[in-house]
Design a protein. Structure first.
Length: 58
């Protein structure tokens, strides 16, 4: 388990697979949650199913 501050500072990780799952990540530079297409594997903890969950976590 990682604290939210650690998770929210991780870079966006699209992953090497090609599933293109709609997900959200916290962009530390922008200070906001942003959508991205997650490949489905090799991600990290800065990967949320909804914008709301991203905002609540970060």
């Amino acid at each position: 388990w990682r604290c939210p501050a650690e998770l929210c500072s991780l870079p966006r990780a699209v992953g090497r697979c090609r599933a293109a799952v709609p997900r959200w990540w916290f962009n530390l530079t922008a200070g906001a949650c942003q959508s991205f297409a997650f490949g489905g594997c090799d991600g990290n903890g800065n990967n949320f199913p909804t914008e709301r969950e991203c905002r609540e976590s970060c």
